[in-house]
Design a protein around this ligand. Sequence first.
Ligand code: ADP
Length: 461
Amino acid sequence: MRIALVSAEVWPLSKTGGLADYVFSLSNALASLGHSVDVITPDYSSKESSPAVAQLNGTEGVTFSRQRMNGWTAVKAASPALFAREKLYGYEDDYRRFALFSKAAASYIVSEGYDVVHCNDWPTGYIPLLLKQAKSSIPSLFTIHNMEFQGISPPELLDEIGISRSHFHMGGVEYYGNVSSMKAGIVYSDALVTVSPTYSREIQTPEFGFGMDGIIRKHSSKLSGILNGIDYKMWDPSGDAEIRATFSSSSMGGKDMCKSFLQREFSLPQVRRPLLAFIGRLWKQKGMDLLLDALPSVRGSYQLIVLGTGDTELMRRIENVSSANPAVRAIMRYDEKLAHRIYSAADIFIMPSRFEPCGLGQMISMRYGTVPVVRKTGGLADTVHNFDRRTGEGEGFVFIDSSPQELADAISAAIRTYSDRDRWKNLVGNCMNHDFSWETSAGRYLSLYSSLASVASKLSE
Ligand code: ADP
């Protein structure tokens, strides 16, 4: 099949979170199954359109160039005014930047004639509608990675990107007098996917729907949940070039060495004490505030390393805790290489998210034999089961309410189990033997693509 994936991020060209990993891994998996994959994405690096690269179809001052990646092709949309900025997002005109990207991408898609288009989150939400408006028969799938961000803007945007005002109504793109690109993706796509089965049910409720639960319920017949995988080449304890010593479930010596190296790197005493870790965006969603509030109630001794950036107030609180507590280290930056060293060295990975569409951190940590402590929500609920001391089943410690006390109890249970070497070995084995590779999920996406493409070809006959 000829597949177009459209995304605001793709590793290794750009990344702020799991979306970049997702597009990279899915493209690799689809390409290795013999499909042709173009990833259409903004070019954040280009300060000017280079005359050396082929200038393909452009609209709105956006030019496209093709760059061959590992088995797939990045189709980079360049517009210095829209994309060459310090950060990927966080600007007042974000909704306009990505709407113009979507408009240019839609016209590129129509001219290329793919079998299926797979859009991701609000930055690409207008594409299914733009395709329908252009009377294109190319079917579209829209994946929701995070319902919190919805691309809401004044309705005048529709005129700018050439969407007819006939779509400005409650069953279309209108959202309380404004327009929303997330809603456009939900309404006009041919299939809707969330990145875990539990999240597909949660977003149909007011608690997790961020105001879109009604429209999701209305379109629930085309909604399914496909759990993400992780890239097994990128995240591989037995061959990871970023870590100090490699290891596998049958030979765990290297993990101890990784831990000693990391303790030394951060001047932590080299004692047999569980090393806890948190890696992630410091955002209310991720529950770092819960962790900070939980720490005083945790029973048992531990060391803790936090790697993350985000909310300034949260970063200040974490730095205060780390200066007051000699067992806590805070690294307030984005550091991919350090993330590898932490995943490999830590004993316990903490992910107390308030909501979590899928979550990669818990799967990566399990692959590195680092036992997760998670809240039972979204993809965390689908990937981590509470450890049962009697049967020896389960991969981690799961708590239910977003309360510091419940989190403290779950961390305390993990610390207690850590001191029981046999049980811990069994638990680490359960984590490492889990299969989170992309093959199964890529197969699910492919069968969805094929059924969309066959319906589309019957309709156009
Ligand atoms: P989200 O996409 O909501 O941010 P995920 O768990 O799906 O969360 O994916 C987060 C990804 O980003 C993981 O690969 C994680 O290791 C990485 N990551 C998050 N914060 C940092 C950081 N400060 N440094 C390095 N990697 C990070």
